[in-house]
Design a protein around this ligand. Structure first.
Ligand SMILES: [Zn+2]
Length: 87
């Protein structure tokens, strides 16, 4: 591994495959995509928003960062209509 690819702010992100269940990927904060191919079957796995397990980040700050990132990565959340209230 090239040593130039180092970032202290690495977080573990969780994805859920509809077939295989959840798996985790570690990557620098802010680079996580909202979905990625399942490593087992290749299906589209959606990112799960548990609080990322960040290193060197206190709990409350990690939660704040997670919320901030969630609102950035998931703008559609605010537009989501609860079941039964669709037009
Ligand atoms: Zn899968």
């Amino acid at each position: 591994m090239p040593s130039s690819f180092r970032d202290d702010r690495v977080a573990t992100y969780e994805y859920r495959c509809p077939d295989c269940g959840t798996f985790e990927r570690s990557m620098p904060m802010g680079t996580a995509m909202t979905s990625m191919a399942c490593p087992a079957c290749g299906r589209d796995a959606r990112r799960v928003f548990s609080v990322p397990m960040t290193y060197r980040t206190p709990g409350p700050l990690a939660t704040m960062l997670a919320r901030e990132e969630a609102s950035r990565d998931y703008p559609e959340v605010v537009e989501r209509v609860p079941p039964g209230q669709r037009p």
